[in-house]
Design a protein around this ligand. Structure first.
Ligand SMILES: [Zn+2]
Length: 328
């Protein structure tokens, strides 16, 4: 009996020690996995370069998808129009103050990346290409990063008028087909479904697609090479950012995994230029103004370096962890 009590006490003592260790373990883990710790990590990663992305997804994030409603009437032209610009030897900006559309020129024509809202596509893309001395009919491929109205709006125009092939994630083609109200002026016809690692090649250039679901199920990000006065640089182009999707743990896990995949791909491909499809995220319009004032020997404003490109995906990763923890 005495022996049994002794054994029981020993077990209790061992349990107490284990419990103590357990508490210590949890508190150590909490210090690196709290909303505050992820917010601090996001702020540190954003630094001076990515405050717009930080504001949009860490400070004041959207928390639900938009409804399938008819788009509002177009805003005043002065709110969106900006001049097109040559940004690299082989890359031209034909976007708006808010959204980006890029023309990558090749030996056999143009690959267009994203197409703005439909109301802006005629003047900014078709008009912009012409202003820059490029032929809109030379656009052979259009890569759409995701099927929200601010990026897919001009796809139908490019398809109908110029016969361009449209590349998009399969789930986002599905969402266009399902939409009842968002395409009052018609939908682009289903065309190429993007595959992970697929190269869209035209003449002497290609863009490599990376499936990065999260912002939408079919979000596509892109890697491609540009030249700055003959010097080749690799661009990592992030295809979707905001949290206007169903906010639950599985969606955030998918989103986070995609950002880690992008960080790895960007590192392995030595990407030193970071682009996204909103100027709010990559400061495209501001950088284009800086470029116009660039003097000989100064760095290209879009060339941030490897480390900064990594920090961009860190901001997205950490902000998604903040939002995910807020759900628990
Ligand atoms: Zn979107």
């Amino acid at each position: 009996m005495k022996h049994q009590i002794g054994a029981a006490l020993a077990i209790l003592a061992a349990l107490a020690i284990l419990a103590g260790l357990g508490v210590a373990g949890v508190s150590a883990q909490q210090s690196t996995n709290t909303i505050d710790s992820h917010l601090s990590a996001a702020k540190a990663a954003a630094g001076f370069d990515f405050s717009g992305t930080l504001a949009r997804i860490c400070i004041a994030p959207q928390t639900a998808p938009g409804a399938d409603v008819r788009p509002p009437p177009p805003p005043d032209r002065a709110t969106w129009f900006t001049e097109p610009a040559k940004v690299f030897d082989n890359l031209y900006f034909v976007g708006t103050k808010i959204h980006s559309s890029w023309a990558l020129t090749t030996s056999e024509g143009i690959i267009l990346i994203d197409t703005l809202y439909d109301y802006a596509s005629e003047e900014a893309i078709v008009g912009g290409l012409k202003k820059l001395g490029l032929d809109p009919a030379a656009v052979k491929y259009v890569v759409i990063t995701h099927a929200h109205g601010d990026h897919v709006g001009g796809a139908k125009l490019m398809q109908d008028r110029f016969g361009a092939r449209i590349v998009m994630g399969a789930p986002d083609w599905d969402s266009i087909e399902k939409s009842v109200n968002q395409y009052p002026n018609g939908k682009p016809k289903r065309d190429i479904a993007a595959a992970d690692g697929q190269k869209v090649t035209l003449g002497d250039a290609s863009v490599t697609l990376a499936l990065t679901p999260g912002h939408t199920p079919g979000t596509v990000s892109i890697f491609f090479q540009v030249k700055d006065d003959g010097r080749p640089l690799t661009v990592a182009y992030s295809g979707g950012t905001a949290f206007n999707f169903v906010n639950d743990v599985p969606h955030f896990d998918t989103y986070i995994a995609s950002q880690r995949k992008m960080a790895e791909l960007a590192a392995s491909q030595n990407a030193t230029v970071l682009m996204s499809n909103h100027s709010e995220f990559d400061n495209a319009v501001t950088k284009i103004k800086m470029l116009a004032a660039r003097k000989a020997g100064e760095p290209h404003p879009f060339e941030l370096g490897r480390e900064a490109v990594q920090r961009y995906f860190k901001v997205m990763d950490e902000c998604a962890q903040v939002a995910r923890l807020r759900l628990l």
